[in-house]
Design a protein around this ligand. Structure first.
Ligand code: PLP
Length: 391
């Protein structure tokens, strides 16, 4: 596919669109049919076969966005992850996984893989050597996620791509946090790129979807399973996601700029002890991030000084909402220790550097001055020695 020559926002706006031949409307018509005529031809259209007009249109856009030959869309990010992993793993195989992963992926591996006779190892660290150490004779897949959640640690894409090739393995990445705007892992030799489209691709906190991009060959292999596993996406959501993707470039770039602004504001603030954001020079992986990302993303984390009550702080925010999810146009915050990483236990969390005062900040597209004003008023209320006022 020659889409690489087209710029990001043009891909977002146009690639794959279904032409409205009948009325010449500006947007892809929505075809809701779950039943299509069988016309004695090879094309058997059916939503679970991922080949309705709207599904095919969106798959083309996903492929173009990730600089790959082909793409596939799913009913959720987890459906994309399970189907992709299972397409390359069978009983007796082994997979090497990055030590810190999205909670759902971690649960999938530790709760389900034993049942299928699939072996797995988590790394102790992010360095390529940490991955290589875990490779066995029956290893088939290396699985990474960068930037990681919640400390935004960066994994070296080029090194992992090379390592996988050296050992004849398939490399897979969960590219959700970066979005295709900020990172295209295929360009660094990674084989399979997975997204929870629920996050930056959808971007408005109103869609549950997943996506995979890879070579034609790999996608065919994943598709063969996808049909049997049945995790396809309804056409109405497909259509909404196509619409959302038109503004993804604009949204994510605005979120990058806002997150940089907020990281710099929080860094050196008297109420804040640490800020984790790959766009800050103080981030240990800043140079690596610069070498493989087009933007540093809309996610950051920070630790409040113990003179400030982190739990009460989030309750006092008026504009920024507490939220389990992330990546919407609206700013949200959450305590990883109470939500996404609660199951890990205090000891394992401490090992991973996730302390109780840590707050994850998904920066939206609001005006940064308004976000700062909201944080300032909340901090003022929860400074120790002052009784918090309830609003
Ligand atoms: C949300 C998320 C997922 C899971 O996606 P769903 O759409 O909720 O199934 C996977 N990986 C990352 C990094 C996520 O943030």
């Amino acid at each position: 596919m020659q889409q690489k020559k087209i710029g990001l926002n043009t891909i977002c706006t146009h690639v794959g669109e279904v032409k409205d031949e009948q009325f010449k409307g500006a947007v892809s018509p929505l075809y809701m049919s779950s039943s299509y005529a069988f016309e004695d031809v090879d094309v058997k259209r059916y939503p679970r076969y991922f080949n309705t007009p709207n599904q095919e249109a969106l798959c083309k856009k996903i492929a173009a966005l990730e600089h790959t030959q082909a793409g596939l869309i799913f009913g959720s990010g987890m459906a994309a992850i399970t189907t992709s992993l299972m397409a390359f793993l069978r009983a007796g195989d082994h997979v090497v996984l990055q030590q810190v992963l999205y909670g759902g992926t971690y649960n999938l591996v530790v709760e389900e893989f034993d049942k299928f006779g699939i072996e797995y190892s988590f790394t102790h660290g992010w360095a390529p050597e940490d991955f290589e150490k875990k490779i066995r004779s029956n290893t088939k897949v290396i699985y990474i996620e960068t930037p990681s959640n919640p400390l935004l640690t960066i994994t070296d894409l080029d090194a992992i791509g090379k390592l996988a090739k050296k050992h004849g393995l398939i490399s897979m990445i969960d590219n959700t946090f970066a979005s295709p705007v900020n990172q295209n892992p295929i360009d660094f030799g990674i084989d399979v790129v997975i997204h929870s489209a629920t996050k930056y691709m959808g971007g408005h906190s109103d869609i549950l979807a997943g996506a995979v991009a890879s070579s034609e060959e790999n996608i065919n292999r994943i598709f063969a399973l996808a049909k049997n596993f049945g995790g396809s996406l309804s056409d109405y959501t497909v259509w909404l996601l196509e619409r959302s993707l038109k503004t993804m470039g604009l949204r994510v770039k605005a979120q990058n700029a806002n997150a940089q602004h907020m990281a710099e504001y929080l860094f050196g603030h008297k109420a804040v002890t640490r800020v984790y954001y790959p766009g800050l020079k103080s981030h240990p992986d800043h140079e690596l991030a610069k070498s493989q990302m087009n933007g540093f993303g809309g996610m950051l984390s920070f630790e409040l000084h113990e003179d400030y009550d982190a739990t009460q702080f989030q309750k006092e925010l008026q504009l920024i909402k507490p939220s389990m999810s992330l990546a919407g146009v609206e700013s949200t915050m959450l305590s990883p220790t109470k939500t996404s990483h609660a199951l890990l236990g205090a000891e394992e969390r401490a090992k991973q550097g996730i302390l109780d005062g840590l707050i994850r900040f998904s920066v939206g597209i609001e005006e940064p001055e308004d976000l700062i004003a909201d944080i300032e008023q909340a901090l003022e209320k929860v400074r120790l020695g002052r009784v918090a006022t309830t609003s």
